[in-house]
Design a protein around this ligand. Sequence first.
Ligand code: FRU
Length: 438
Amino acid sequence: MVGGGLSAGGGGTQFEAKITPIVIMSCIMAATGGLMFGYDVGVSGGVTSMNDFLKKFFPVAVPLFLSEIAPTRIRGGLNILFQLNVTIGILFANVVNYGTAMIKGGWGWRVSLGLAGIPAILLTVGALLVVDTPNSLIERGHLDEGKVVLKRIRGIDNVEPEYLELVEASRVAKQVKHPFRNLLKRRNRSQLIIAVALQIFQQFTGINAIMFYAPVLFDTLGFKNDASLYSAVITGAVNVISTVVSIYSVDKVGRRFLLLEAGVQMFLSQSVIAVILGLKVKDHTTDLHSGYAIFVVIMVCTFVSGFAWSWGPLGWLIPSETFPLETRSAGQSVTVCVNLLFTFVIAQAFLSMLCHFKFGIFLFFSGWVLVMSFFVFFLLPETKNVPIEEMTEKVWKQHWLWKRFMDDDDEVVVEIGKVDGAAKKNGHSNGFNHTSQL
Ligand SMILES: OC[C@H]1O[C@](O)(CO)[C@@H](O)[C@@H]1O
């Protein structure tokens, strides 16, 4: 599941755990899922700028601008690792497109599309090698097997404290009967609104207009065919590197800082692109002067880097750390669903919008960046370093608006049993909201 498999659900738990082969295998699995997602996003833009592909599928069209089981202590980093893999997949596709465009005989685009099967095969083979998680085994009643797997995963014999927490977490999870119904309850409104808004906003930054159509955009600006593909490789690399910046900084400077800083960066770069294109490109036969064209590439990279250390990874991270237990699985599903729905909407609408708005398309997206930055400023609370189980008290109940939704009458606070009490005493958390309202 996109982003969902790497929930940042852990609070302050610091169980003893080695980085074992099983954990590494699980990370490779996640990486492959991200690669597949990213490759599919990246490959489409490239092949649609290859003349042989266009001749085959668009003989009538000369478009003006043709244009998506870690130890707790590394859970946050792994969450963004998913997005990192998406960006690596995109970069990989961009590099492949650059190479296959040079194949003589007009079948290079077939190779680009065909290679999408490789991450899918890796994922399938990987899935056969990976064992059931202890959580899943325990939840299905296979307690002994769950403990054995936990020992293998952690690489140690003394897994008792974590095992007991997993058993307790599973007991609590079983009490959640109607996750989707819970999602609509008033007390869960804030997390739901924020998760849905983040996904819609992530796509309305216009990132996929760039990811899908960058080579075509650069082509239209007058870059030669291979130069436009080459430029897409550059933006793909900027995307990867800037996501790494997010991995290192998100727990230091916080989510709000990254989103607000990137808001300014994305707004300015998109506005500059719009102004240059508006002033310098009169019609689709005009090539941009090479100095301006390079400047546009730099502005596109500035935009992509801002996105890559903010809305890209945080769109996944924040919902995964804010939904309480009673709505977590349902909330993650809605998050992914809304993201893919709006990826589809933008991909479908972009070309028609481009024909109507022309350079104004970048003003359209920069306007949205402004709106989402205000949303972050006023409505998104900081969640950096807040243990999951304290989110309600420390985040939602402190917020000027969201605290009004926290006083639901039919609230039933689940008292986690003695295991939880012991865990709390030790400063541990089982990754679930201990005051979950069922
Ligand atoms: O890196 C850019 C990519 O990241 C996503 O927003 C997913 O988080 C995709 O929609 C986009 O293609």
